[in-house]
Design a protein around this ligand. Sequence first.
Ligand SMILES: C[S@@+](CC[C@H](N)C(=O)[O-])C[C@H]1O[C@@H](n2cnc3c(N)ncnc32)[C@H](O)[C@@H]1O
Length: 209
Amino acid sequence: MVRSERVRKKYDRWSRFYDAFDLGGVNDQKKLAVDVLDLKPNSRVLDVGTGTGAIIPYLASKLGPGGMATGVDFSPAMIERANARIRKHCLEKKAQAIVGDVTALAYPDGHFDAALATFAFTSFPEPEKAIKEVFRVLKPGARFSVLDTGKPPGRATFRYRYLKAVMWRAGFTDISLDVPALLKKAGFRIVKMHRFSGSYAYICLCEKV
Ligand SMILES: C[S@@+](CC[C@H](N)C(=O)[O-])C[C@H]1O[C@@H](n2cnc3c(N)ncnc32)[C@H](O)[C@@H]1O
């Protein structure tokens, strides 16, 4: 089975307990990843690899009646949960969750005003293709906020190497992926790197130039 099919099946299976274990919870890091986008009320915002759409209510809270938060994920089971969340919060007019592959988004060039990816890129089987596709669907000047896990600057510690092996084994999550470098290569300008002390998480805020 190809890696993307294995990843999709894995998230389909995990969807049942993803929220129960708070794997898709909304924490301050995710909220900050939204805040740095500095959204206008009528923005169209894309959340790639949205999972159970945990961030969607917070994202939608930044939008007015003309805005729309769109979560995309290739796992139908995750999207079912994201849509249940949208209904529960009565957000149907400001949010939607759609089954789709981030490497082949069903939107025209320059469709979105901003985009977000939380702990998604290191799970994407084809991250470079995914970045190119996000670049394509963003308007020039649009912001893209990537919250993920990666190697902190400096030498690779034992703790980091252990985490890297565990995350790969648990779910083909590659935390050695240098997402900021891939973003730059695709033509994004890095606006700000935010590192969280005591954790491997970072937010890379960039802009389509
Ligand atoms: C670790 S989860 C993160 C979910 C959510 N963003 C969060 O912060 O909890 C990664 C998600 O990316 C999705 N994913 C992986 N590859 C994808 C692809 N090629 N296209 C769309 N979604 C994908 C998985 O189905 C999964 O829901």
